[in-house]
Design a protein around this ligand. Structure first.
Ligand SMILES: NC(=O)c1ccc[n+]([C@@H]2O[C@H](COP(=O)([O-])OP(=O)(O)OC[C@H]3O[C@@H](n4cnc5c(N)ncnc54)[C@H](O)[C@@H]3O)[C@@H](O)[C@H]2O)c1
Length: 439
């Protein structure tokens, strides 16, 4: 029987613009990677949209197309990049400074990367304290700055001729703050922009400008940003997808692999101590207690949600969980993350697990940026609006509808993502029941 899509999917015609606040280590590794892959200089390792398949129908059907052949995604050759930063460095200069990719590789990509000159940023040193730069918008109220960002977006559309745009925050982590009165309604938020309300963070001004310009918004940092009633309402009212928060890359990725495994086997955990050293600009910003607090919240929430101590008090009620991050310049972007896990088994007998993950932060994050922008564009072409929970797979602190707890188990997240793709194309969802094979 021919299958019919559950949603109308507009074709991925024309070019897709990708606008990025923050032309730093992650975003330049992503952009340089796409340019390298286009030239046959590397493979898109870590990217589901480029490499992964999706099984359709029964296990005996032998139908496993690549995701990119199953749903209509923008091609890498159709991506056009732009962004904002507080520093004037081009994407080439910033990539050289970040020292993630080899100079010899960057030299081959100098032309496209040098063409990306960051637009003037909306910045507030109250929200990001350890860095400061000259390339910022200084005039007018927060509303004037939002308007200036909307002008930037319109200008980018016009000069590049893109047919669609997605924005993804790859800027530094802002200090911890909670949704305040100004964030409760669109009206109060707009009034706050006009009155320069101190509770409105720069990332929220970018998100507002994106949504007002008909652009989906993804958040790669743990900032509050769109996790407020006003911006959630805007996304729904304007039929735009949003998602976040905080790319799930190194240590938290390991946690969401291991913790569901321990819980699946009903093994107990007494303690989980995680510590990191990293020496990139992200590490420098996270030295500030305000920014660290934002990061700590997303990193700590994971275990509680996965292990459900209220359901399993004997196993997880007394779990002591601590996360530390130390700025250590000699390592640059090559982070080292240690985990000491005190687990217990049969009759409470203790065991220990030690993990030493010598990872490369931006190498792990770049494919997530690629997948997110392609999937957010797909979501928009499907008419999906508001929080895209099916993209939880990519985040440490997945956004969910108010009152719903987030799903952190990476394998459940993957199933949800692939089932969403199957649902879009009208294919049967895979439940793994499988009784039919034994009839
Ligand atoms: N694996 C990872 O690398 C990883 C994982 C999860 C989350 N993140 C988050 O992604 C973000 C980017 O990480 P990175 O390693 O590229 O950091 P980075 O410091 O190299 O880059 C961030 C850039 O954002 C710029 N910036 C800060 N405020 C800005 C503003 N208001 N407007 C425009 N630009 C602004 C900074 O000048 C800097 O160039 C951070 O928030 C980080 O916490 C990274």
């Amino acid at each position: 029987m021919p299958v019919t899509d559950n949603v109308q999917i507009a074709p991925a015609e024309g070019k897709l613009g990708i606008l990025i606040p923050g032309i730093g280590a992650v975003s330049t590794t992503f952009i340089a990677g796409v340019e390298a892959i286009k030239r046959g200089l590397g493979l898109p390792v870590g990217s589901l949209t480029q490499l992964s398949t999706v099984r359709l129908g029964k296990r005996t059907d032998g139908r496993s197309p690549k995701i990119k052949d199953f749903v209509p995604l923008a091609g890498l050759e159709d991506l056009v990049f732009g962004g904002w930063d507080i520093y004037e460095d081009t994407a080439y200069e910033s990539a050289v400074n970040a020292k993630v990719l080899e100079p010899s590789l960057l030299a081959q990509l100098k032309e496209p990367l040098s063409a990306i000159k960051p637009m003037k940023a909306v910045f507030d040193p109250e929200y990001i304290r350890r860095i400061n730069g000259p390339n910022v918008k200084t005039k007018g109220s927060k509303m004037d700055k939002a308007q200036a960002l909307m002008d930037d977006i319109a200008q980018f559309r016009e000069s590049t001729g893109v047919s669609r745009v997605v924005m993804i925050w790859c800027g530094s982590t802002e200090v911890f703050h909670r949704a305040a009165a100004v964030h409760q309604t669109i009206e109060s938020f707009e009034k706050g922009l006009c009155n320069n309300d101190p509770d409105i963070a720069p990332s929220q001004i970018y998100a507002y400008a994106a949504l007002k310009s008909g652009v989906p918004f993804a958040n790669g940092a743990p900032n509050l940003t769109t996790d407020t009633p006003a911006l959630l309402d805007m996304a729904r009212d304007f039929n735009l997808p949003i998602c976040g928060k905080d790319f799930k890359t190194g240590q938290t990725f390991m946690k969401t692999l291991l913790a569901p495994g321990f819980k699946a086997r009903m093994l107990g955990i007494n303690g989980w101590f995680s510590t990191n050293i990293l020496g990139n600009r992200d590490g420098e910003v996270l030295e500030d207690p305000g920014s660290f607090k934002t990061k700590e919240e997303t990193k700590l929430s994971v275990l509680d949600q996965i292990l459900q101590p209220k359901l399993y008090p004997d196993l997880y009620e007394n779990l002591y969980h601590a996360v530390r991050i130390n700025y250590y310049p000699p390592r640059g972007d090559a982070k080292e993350g240690w985990d000491n896990i005190d687990i217990f088994g049969w009759l409470g007998y203790p065991m220990q697990i030690k993990i030493d993950f010598l990872c490369r932060d931006s190498i792990l994050a770049a494919p997530l940026v690629l997948d997110l922008v392609l999937f957010m564009d797909l979501a928009q072409r499907c008419g999906m609006r508001g929080i895209q929970e099916w993209l939880s797979f990519y985040f440490k602190a997945p956004m969910t509808a108010p009152g719903l707890y987030p799903e952190h188990d990476v394998f459940i997240q993957l199933m949800k993502l692939k089932n969403t793709l199957r649902w879009m194309r009208g294919e049967d969802l895979i439940t793994h029941l499988g009784l039919e094979y034994y009839d």
